[in-house]
Design a protein around this ligand. Sequence first.
Ligand code: HEM
Length: 120
Amino acid sequence: MASEDCTIGGYEVPSKTIVLVNAWAIHRDPKMWDDATNFKPERFESGEGDAHKLMPFGIERRACPGAGLAQRMVNLALGSLIQCFEWKRVDEAEVDMHRVIVLLGAELHWDDGGQSPPIA
Ligand code: HEM
């Protein structure tokens, strides 16, 4: 909330206005990113270049205090999924990254030497 009248990016913002940051739009802004809507994790490999533009946890004073925990948990969950299941593609078609639900259709098998039936 704006604590006093101010100007942000040319817009006059009166005191007590709630200002929301549209991180979704910023993360897809072609003025900010090369090939903005393509999934390219290599953008962030070096920790330089584009890395400072990524702000899933916000930035500065009100940034997420749970970021360290969240990043560790995501790694743990992803590592566990990779270690505990045999993954294979449903077919040769490329996965539509706009519909994350498609991932739930992936055929999963427990890594128990094929004893258990596939999980639908
Ligand atoms: C992937 C997981 C998470 C994401 C993407 C995320 C993202 C965010 C974002 C974008 C904000 C707002 C920052 C801003 O206002 O500029 C926020 C705030 C906050 N997050 Fe998270 N967060 C995650 C997990 C967590 C966890 C695990 C905790 C606690 C254990 C947590 C606690 C908080 C708190 C308390 C705030 C408010 C901070 C404040 O307003 O001063 N978050 N988070």
